[in-house]
Design a protein around this ligand. Structure first.
Ligand code: GDP
Length: 300
């Protein structure tokens, strides 16, 4: 299972608690549901989602006339997969031919640069020609850090000076990409999400520049969120809606949290799929999300 190692913290915390609860209470009664609710909320699954999940469990338990707590675990897995699966489509929607452009957005420190590096590695391994655009001209060190990843992975980075206009960097990058016959251009952007108006202005300017050259681009706009920030990540994500063109989420640092339930909260509370998850700091530690494998890794 591709998620097994990366989810060990969540698995240890969650499965241990659920297992302990089952052993201790034996019967499914009100106290059982209450404790299960606490465990799920503690894993960052999100209060609304937990309520919904418990209701579904109750209905299923009634329907199947189950009394033993030990029989609940497969039903719980099934329900979790069900929650995650709703309209799941985690594949990247990129054009069959011609230049594909992916934009990455997210606040500083969430793992945006690392994710771009990992994604570049992933595409390179698939035999694609990749180019990076250093569009985060705001944060000190962001450009250099992207260059370090570029060298590590073996792909070029288009950059300007720190403080320059990100839209100008994108203009250069799209031109360079076309000239060099690049398949995939991965664009970093500045992490100023605090103010939605500024963010939209900056994104719109970037979109305009890109679309002048590649009309249906950007093909993906991925919001990078840090799983260890739990419900804060959810709040950040809620700043976004269709108007920002968001097409998917990359949830990083799942390996560093015992609260991997945040994947479920995000899936439930936002209309945008989690497409990739980060499970470590190395180039290979990025996986396309798969709800069945995810839930199975939790109970494995
Ligand atoms: P940015 O400011 O959003 O570009 O964030 P960085 O890419 O610089 O990442 C911030 C820190 O998080 C770095 O120390 C990364 O190594 C680390 N990081 C990023 N992704 C992951 C992940 O999936 N797992 C773990 N454990 N660390 C990560």
């Amino acid at each position: 299972n591709i998620f097994k190692d990366g989810l060990s913290k969540t698995r240890d915390a969650f499965v241990e608690k659920v297992g302990d609860l089952i052993l201790r209470r034996k019967k499914i009664d009100e106290e059982f549901y209450e404790e299960l609710e606490e465990i799920l909320i503690g894993a960052d699954v999100g209060v609304n989602t937990v309520m919904k999940l418990i209701e579904e469990l109750r209905a299923e338990v009634r329907k199947r006339k189950i009394e033993e707590a030990s029989e609940l675990q497969p039903i719980l897995s099934e329900k979790l997969v069900g929650l995650l699966k709703s309209e799941e489509d985690t594949s990247l929607k990129l054009p069959e031919s011609g230049l594909a452009i992916i934009l990455f957005i997210g606040v500083n420190g969430v793992g945006k640069t690392t994710t771009i590096g990992k994604m570049a590695h992933r595409f390179k391994q698939q035999g694609k020609k990749v180019l990076l655009a250093a569009g985060d001209t705001f944060r000190a060190g962001a450009i250099e850090q992207l260059e370090v990843w570029g060298q590590r992975v073996g792909v070029d980075v288009i950059r300007q000076q720190s403080g320059s206009d990100p839209a100008a960097v994108m203009f250069d990058a799209v031109h360079a990409a076309k000239q060099r016959g690049v398949d995939i251009l991965l664009c970093d952007t500045a992490g100023r999400l605090q103010n939605k108006v500024n963010l939209m202005e900056e994104l719109n300017k970037i979109y305009r520049v890109i679309r002048r050259e590649v009309p249906d681009a950007p093909h993906e706009v991925l919001l990078v969120l840090d799983a260890t920030t739990g419900q804060n990540a959810l709040q950040q994500a809620k700043l976004f809606d269709e108007k920002t063109g968001l097409t998917g989420i990359v949830l990083t640092k799942l390996d560093s949290t015992a609260k991997g339930g945040i994947v479920i909260a995000i899936r439930q509370e936002l209309g945008v799929p989690v497409k990739f998850v980060g499970l470590g700091e190395k180039m290979d530690d990025l996986q396309q999300f798969d709800s069945e494998q995810f839930v199975h890794a939790l109970f494995a």
